[in-house]
Design a protein around this ligand. Sequence first.
Ligand SMILES: [Zn+2]
Length: 230
Amino acid sequence: MGRDGQRKLEERVETAAAAALTRQRFVSAVDVLAGIGWLDGNLIKHWKQGRLDHLEAAIQTNPARIGSALRLLSTWATAKGLDPVETEYVSQTPARAPLRFSASGDAERERLYRTHWISPKLSPAKRDRIVEKAERPPELVVIQPLDAWSCHRCGGSGDLLIMEDPGPSCLACAGLGELVFLPAGDARATRRAKAKSGVYAVVVRFSRARKRYERKGLVVEPDALRDATD
Ligand SMILES: [Zn+2]
């Protein structure tokens, strides 16, 4: 890449980083790569669902240029006095596997991806909230199907399914067979059950009238349900 190319990339990275920082009070490499148009939102979603080996599989740009963008973000954020916080990324699957970013798996490159740069002007409480929210694993989603369906693993069916890449799976095959249903409506019980359950999933059902998925409750561990409702 020539000097002009490098300067142009620098401008694009800085513009995307500043926009993300304004919007959410922190900026990550994923925000910047999406902001400069190298990463598509749907492909980020697939990666978070554990459907790609690594995030760079979703990026067409050559690895050296991606590396330049990562370093430009780091340099810009350091010069701005932003605080680096390494953030765990885990998949939105029952296994909660750590997500990999780079094709090479290089430790330094993975660290650049994992680092969230946080505005130093925030109060400690606000900063803690932002860090906590970024580290919270994405919620698992379980569907109450409207139509007949069969599990791609065992061929069975049931009241609830979880979508996987090859198709719908029953909760037992997905390793969630123990979980029990807690209907929505009791905010206190919902909050307590979420806090106490090692694993839980949000239960949704498609409303044909409203043409969107609606929350119906949670599935949680039986002990958490008992504690939450006693
Ligand atoms: Zn099954």
